[in-house]
Design a protein around this ligand. Sequence first.
Ligand code: DC
Length: 225
Amino acid sequence: MSALIIAIDGPSAAGKSTLAKRLAKDLGFTYLDTGAMYRALALKVLSEGTDISTEAALPELINRTEIDLVETGGQPKVLLDGKDVSDKIRTPEVSQMASKTSALKVVRHWMLGLQRALGQRGNVVAEGRDIGTVVFPAAEVKIYLNASVEERARRRVDELRKAGRQVSLDETLREMGERDKRDSERDLAPLRKADDAVAIDSTALDAEALARRVMQEIRKKPLVN
Ligand code: DC
């Protein structure tokens, strides 16, 4: 039997990561956080001060960059050139840079290959912006997760404050709006719901209720029980 793929797409802070991690754990699937991969590259771009106003510098940068997703002690980790950067990539600066670099053709092309290769590791729950439309268009289950912009901003602020960062709701709302607009309006693999994805609004759902709702969709598939 070939591997099963559950694709979860949607805008920032819609609840994709919490949901995808939980499903992966409950089902024993591999968790594939494609946003973390774009973030890892963005971290390197920021730390090297790479000029991304054109794509010229990127092929060389990509050539000497290794990104991998692993699990250590039950926790998903992203490795950049062999180093764990899982915490470092969760800053507002990296979010914005990931959104900018992910619009570039050379970056998307590279990531597509990497992500499809990771998909070969077996059954996966993959989250991102273009999983159901581009990376795994034949995924068995596709979810398009959204929530009101206020709720998403509130969640992002909570998450950042828990990580010890002082951020304002207004600033977070502004940055999130900017990023979602860029991610949705770019030419290549923009954020959009796949025609065959199930749209779910998580505004009024807690993690438990959301997971139950998505499990209903998964159980409709004969191969996933
Ligand atoms: O999901 P995230 O917020 O960690 O993603 C960071 C950025 O990476 C997001 O603003 C757009 C980009 N991204 C993408 O273009 N395609 C994906 N499949 C995942 C993320």
